[in-house]
Write a protein that binds this ligand. Structure first.
Ligand SMILES: *Cc1c(COP(=O)(O)O)cnc(C)c1O
Ligand SMILES: [Zn+2]
Length: 422
């Protein structure tokens, strides 16, 4: 049995019983739309959960099963979570940060952190007796939905746009998903809404509007990011936590994880949460003092997984409650950081994934992060999701004749790399 007791609106506090909840709070509508969060029997969790228990548990998100919604017999897992928290000394030195860590989410089963959401959502799809799972996605969310659907023996249907990279769709199709292109992004949730209604599909997103967020049970999976970081830092929270934010499911989830461990007395502080964005809808909302998020202008971007012109109340709430802020980075800054991280730390991340680090670099220059602070960058996905974009920023590979003079010339011309004269 899980300790889940119900759902509660993040904005107005209205409580709902445990049920499928694909449309957010019924009372908060239009621009005030809001997701709901899960509530638990914390008195009971306090009674049974001890951090000492973790030593015996598997290195997956399910080591924190007391804090996750499904009953144990419904859990669908591919071994997601407990990804390494890598201390980045070389990159840290360049950015003049003594305690820079990268939480490397490319080490998940489908090479992105969406597996945490998919594992929790898919478990609830099984618990509610659904037969089809669905998501709308630029790539990672769809791949994770497809993989967990496959593991659970459920069919999956993924909605996406033709413009997004083929590699991502190959991944989805390989896991057996029925992948469908639709004309515009808004068509995704029109169709998802209809299929929830007509066929009882379980969507890993909300189906009401882009202002709600994700399946609230899936968002719970992201709490484990906060839990793991506390555990991996030796039962302390970082000073700053920087996350690439789109819909903000992971931003809210990881914050909720830090908050729960704080409330249980397992750590004694909470991080300031910083949202990395491409177009800056959250930055705009904060600057204007709004309590909802407005749409901002967009364009095409290398960071298509977070290229959102709108975000959600759940993301804004994290910024307001943690005293955090949002900052943007350009395509150039992102791609420069992608190669810098790979070449200094051996971590090749997706462009969207390294947005957190591109933003940290800017914030260091602006003096908004201090040298001694413990800073964690969430690096959300692996670079092989979209190698074509990286390729545009790399030299052509020289063909060299098999003699040292030709090699010297080839290396110098392509890479500016000079062999010693003999
Ligand atoms: C989905 C995604 C994000 C953003 O996550 P949200 O929960 O939508 O904010 C960030 N990075 C990558 C690589 C993603 O796929
Ligand atoms: Zn509400």
């Amino acid at each position: 049995m899980s300790f889940l007791t119900g759902l509660r609106c993040l904005r107005c506090g209205t409580e709902y019983p445990i049920q499928r909840m694909h449309r957010g709070c019924a009372k908060c509508v239009d621009e005030k739309s809001s997701n709901v969060e899960c509530t638990y029997d914390y008195a009971e969790i306090r009674r049974v959960f001890r951090k000492e228990l973790l030593a015996e548990r598997p290195p997956t998100i399910w080591r924190y099963k007391e804090f996750l919604p499904p009953d144990e017999e419904n859990v669908v897992s591919l071994g997601e979570g407990m990804t390494p928290l890598v201390k980045c000394s070389s990159l840290g030195e360049k950015l003049k940060l003594k305690n820079l860590y990268v939480k490397d989410e490319s080490r998940n089963p489908t090479w992105s952190f969406k597996d945490r959401l998919a594992s929790s959502s898919c478990s609830m799809a099984v618990q509610f007796g659904a037969e089809v799972v669905s998501s709308r996605s630029a790539g990672n969310h769809g791949a994770a939905t497809a993989a967990y659907g496959a593991k659970a023996g459920l069919d999956s249907v993924i909605f996406t746009l033709e413009a997004w990279p083929r590699t991502m769709k190959t991944l989805m199709q390989a896991y057996g998903a029925k992948v469908v292109h639709v004309p515009t992004w808004r068509d995704c949730w029109r169709l998802q809404d209809a299929c929830v209604e007509e066929f009882g599909w379980y969507c890993f997103d909300d189906v009401a509007s882009c202002r709600v967020g994700y399946d609230p049970y899936g968002v719970q999976g992201y709490k484990t990011i906060g839990f793991e970081i506390c555990e991996q830092l030796g039962w302390r929270a970082p000073d700053k936590m920087v996350v690439p934010v789109g819909g903000g499911g992971s931003f809210f989830g990881s914050w909720a994880g830090f908050q729960e461990f704080f409330d249980l007395g397992l750590v004694y502080s909470r991080p300031q949460m910083i949202a990395g964005e491409v177009f800056g809808p959250l930055k705009n909302a904060l600057a204007k003092g709004l309590d909802y998020v407005e749409e901002v202008p967009g364009r095409s971007t290398v960071a298509f997984s977070v290229g959102a012109v709108l975000s959600t109340y759940q993301a804004l709430k994290v910024l307001l409650h943690s005293g955090g802020f949002a900052e943007t980075a350009s395509d150039e800054e992102i791609m420069e950081m992608q190669l810098e991280l790979a070449a200094t730390e051996g971590i090749y991340g997706e462009a969207s994934g390294v947005l957190s680090l591109a933003v940290i670099k800017k914030l260091r220059e602006m003096g908004k992060i201090h040298e001694d602070e413990v800073v964690v960058a969430l690096m959300t996905s692996g670079g092989l999701k979209d190698p074509a974009t990286t390729q545009r920023y790399l030299p052509d590979i020289p063909l060299v004749e098999p003699n040292v003079d030709a090699l010297r010339k080839g290396l110098a011309e392509a890479y500016g790399y000079l062999l010693a004269e003999n």
